[in-house]
Design a protein around this ligand. Sequence first.
Ligand code: AMP
Ligand code: MG
Length: 333
Amino acid sequence: MSLTRPRIILLLLFLLLASVGLRQRFAGEEPLSRSRILMGTVIEITASGPDRKALESALDAAFAEIARIEALMSPHLPQSEVARLSQSPEPLEVSPETEAVLRLGLEVAAVSGGAFDLGLGRLVELWRVAGERPRLPDAAEIRSALRGVGPDSLLLEGRMVAKADPELRLDLGGIAKGYAVDRAVEILRRAGATSASVNAGGDIGLLGERSGRPWRIGIQHPRNPGEVLAVLSLAGGAVVTSGDYQRFFEIDGTRYHHLFDPRTGHPATVSRSATVVGPSAALADALATAVFVLGPDQGLELLGEFPGYEGLVVAADGSVAVSERLRGGIEWR
Ligand code: AMP
Ligand code: MG
């Protein structure tokens, strides 16, 4: 077949149309990224999908969902269910979602032997105020802030929640962000996103893969800011890290951070960071906090009780422990 002029023109036209079509197709798949400050942290959402317009509104809906959960579970908003529960000496009926998060938190509290605790509101507040000066709370203040704390501090009957001690103040800071991340990922999935990541200050939820390849999630070095310790390759699921570098103050070179050992009322001393990988960000969030408090040995043992959940712990001495099934999927830096 010889290429006559009309044929060449037709061929060129075809190539032009094909390239425009391809470009449009890939433009539709190009990820959309937005960030907002919610739940006291920067939330970054990146998502891709075939319908750009639908994706734009899905991102808005995902942020709105996180704001809605913050309004339910923040200890700082006086009208939140959690704040009302803290204030109420009487049992209170909560939403099915708050009930579900409380139940999950209580399960981790029980299995971790109390390393995770939903009732640390007064302790968290005591240390927050102390950090403003900064000074160390004294033993009497700590003892008083720990009153009523423990895995049996809340009794749930259906959606009715009762505090064993009326003075107990709730703090869902160790689990609520993870729950919000799960919800945001679910909203993006339902809106037709084919791939997404939601990062709420170290609580990361993933949908699908990133452009046909696994997501590569860097775990921050707990002592060298900006340095990545290891990279995990993941298709979907959640990665959550609790670290002593996220929020702290120092007195005489000692670091006092925001992850407390409920047995002592002081910041836990056995870890620098704990990362948990698994299907749900809510459970991974609670587990990361518990594993941080327990340290590498007991922490990884705890994860053994939760099928599908793996972890990496940087101990206080800088050594790194990794649960067996995670080892193959890690790239060290
Ligand atoms: P995360 O960064 O998810 O580990 O959560 C830290 C937040 O959880 C803190 O700022 C406190 O609000 C709360 N928290 C601290 N220690 C504990 C603990 N042992 N159990 C449950 N929540 C905790
Ligand atoms: Mg947590």
